[in-house]
Design a binder for this molecule. Structure first.
Ligand code: NCD
Ligand code: ZN
Length: 382
C-alpha cells in the first residue's frame, strides 16, 4: 500500500489526512495533525470536465484526443466527457465505436463519450449505443448538427440522458419534455440570469446544469457560444453556483489561431478551469462547500445516477489532483499543452498550480509531463 500525508479539500475546509492507496483504490484514510502536512499543498478529489471538444477525426489540426487529454491532465482533470460535434459527427453506431476505439488508443486521461442526435437517422442509431449523454444542439454553434425542434420530443422519448445546447426558449421546451418522459436533462453552459431563474423554477432530480469559467469570470467580446454576458448575469451565475448550477465545466473548444482570428466560436479552457476556480476559493469568492460541490460532489452525483464508478471515498477510485497554493502564476496560453494556444484568460493571475494528476491510483501527470504508461479508460459502469 502506498501512503502519504496531505491536506485534502473538503466541503468544510482543508483536512490534513494520511491516505493509503492500493490496487487503484482508496484503501485507508485517517485524519492527522496540521503539523504533519506541507501547508501549501492540497488534494482535490476526482475532477472530471463534463464538457470538452477533442475534435480529432478530420480536425486534428485543432486538437487530437492525445493532445486534448494531455492538456486535461496538465489542467488537473483526471477524466473528460467528449462532445460529438466532430467531423464526421459521432451520430451513428459505427462512428461511436470508432470514437471509443480512438480514445482507448490515444487518451491519456479517463473519459466518457457522447453521441449526437440531429436528424431521424441519428435518432434511430441512438437506440443501439450506450453514450453518457445524447447531445442535442438547438442553437447555432461550431458544426451544423442542429436538431429540428419538431424532433425534440422524440429524442426525449428515447429516455436516455440528454445534454442540451439551447437558448432560453429551447431550454424551456426541453425542461417540459424531461418532466413528461422522466428523461435526465443536463443543460450546458448556462450564461444568463434569466436562464438561472428559469432552471431554478423547474429544477428536479432529473435536471442538472453547468456553467463555464469564461461565463463566470469574463464579460465583453470574445467569439464563443453562448456569448459572454453582463456583470449582472455573472453575479447571478456565481450566486447560483453549487445550488441551481450544479457544476463547472470548461466547454474546451479548441480552434487554430487562424480560425480564431476569423471568428471561430470557442475557448481553449481545459487548463485554466481548475486554477481559476481554486483562485476563487483562495480569495474567498466562493466557500469550500460551493467549490467542493461544483468541482467534485455534483459531478459524482451525476455519474452515480448513471451507474458510473466515480469518486474516491470509501474504497472508490483513487483519482485526484494535487495543487500548490504556494505557486501562483500568470495564465499564458503559449504554455498550454492543448494545440489551441490562445485564451481570453491570458494575463490573469491565479493562486494555485497543478502539481500532479492521479488516475486510478497512479500519477498520470507529474513534474510538468505525462508519466509514461499513462493510459485512459472509459469510465465504466459499477
Ligand atoms: C463549441 C465548439 O467549438 O465545438 N463552441 C463554443 O463556442 N462553445 C461548440 C459548443 O459547445 O457550442
Ligand atoms: Zn461545447
Amino acid at each position: 500500500m502506498e501512503c502519504f500525508n496531505i491536506n485534502i479539500i473538503t466541503s468544510k475546509g482543508m483536512l490534513p489526512v494520511r491516505l493509503g492507496i492500493k490496487g487503484g483504490r482508496m484503501a485507508s484514510f485517517s485524519t492527522i495533525g496540521a503539523a504533519d502536512v506541507k501547508p501549501s499543498l492540497a488534494l482535490i478529489p476526482s475532477v472530471i470536465d463534463m464538457h470538452v471538444h477533442f475534435r480529432d477525426f478530420d480536425q486534428r489540426n485543432k486538437e487530437t484526443v492525445a493532445s486534448g487529454s494531455k492538456a486535461a491532465l496538465a489542467g488537473g482533470i483526471s477524466a473528460v466527457c467528449d462532445m460529438p460535434n466532430t467531423i464526421p459527427p459521432v451520430a451513428d453506431k459505427k462512428t461511436y465505436l470508432r470514437r471509443q476505439d480512438l480514445f482507448s488508443k490515444d487518451s491519456v486521461c479517463d473519459y466518457l463519450i457522447n453521441f449526437c442526435v440531429f436528424d431521424e437517422y441519428s435518432m434511430s442509431q441512438a437506440a443501439s449505443v450506450d453514450p453518457f449523454f445524447i447531445k442535442v444542439y438547438l442553437d447555432e454553434t461550431t458544426g451544423s448538427y442542429i436538431l429540428d425542434e419538431a424532433l425534440l420530443e422524440k429524442v426525449f422519448m428515447l429516455q436516455k440522458p440528454i445534454a442540451l445546447h439551447a437558448d432560453h426558449s429551447g431550454m424551456r421546451k426541453a425542461i417540459k419534455f424531461s418532466k413528461k418522459y422522466s428523461t435526465p436533462l443536463h443543460i450546458c453552459h448556462v450564461s444568463t440570469k434569466d436562464e438561472v431563474m428559469l432552471i431554478g423554477k423547474h429544477k428536479d432530480n432529473n435536471i442538472t446544469c453547468e456553467v463555464t469559467p469564461h461565463h463566470l469570470f469574463l464579460s465583453g467580446i470574445y467569439d464563443v457560444k453562448p456569448a459572454l454576458c453582463t456583470k449582472n448575469d455573472r453575479d447571478a451565475l456565481w450566486a447560483a453556483l453549487g445550488g441551481v448550477i450544479d457544476i463547472v465545466a470548461s466547454d474546451h473548444a479548441p480552434h487554430t489561431s487562424d480560425e480564431k482570428e476569423k471568428g471561430a466560436y470557442g475557448v481553449s479552457g481545459i487548463e485554466a478551469m481548475l486554477p481559476l476556480m481554486l483562485t476563487a476559493l483562495n480569495r474567498g469568492q466562493i466557500s469550500y462547500e460551493t467549490f467542493y460541490r461544483c468541482m467534485h460532489a455534483n459531478q459524482k452525483r451525476i455519474l452515480h445516477a448513471r451507474g458510473r464508478d466515480f469518486g474516491m471515498d470509501g474504497g472508490s477510485r483513487a483519482d485526484f489532483t494535487i495543487v500548490d497554493f504556494g505557486d501562483s502564476y500568470t495564465i499564458d496560453a503559449k504554455n498550454f499543452y492543448s494545440k489551441a494556444k490562445h485564451s481570453p484568460f491570458d494575463g490573469m493571475s491565479v493562486d494555485a498550480k497543478v502539481v500532479e494528476t492521479w488516475v486510478r491510483g497512479m500519477p498520470f501527470f507529474k513534474d510538468g509531463e505525462v508519466v509514461s504508461g499513462a493510459r485512459g479508460k472509459e469510465i465504466g459502469r459499477k
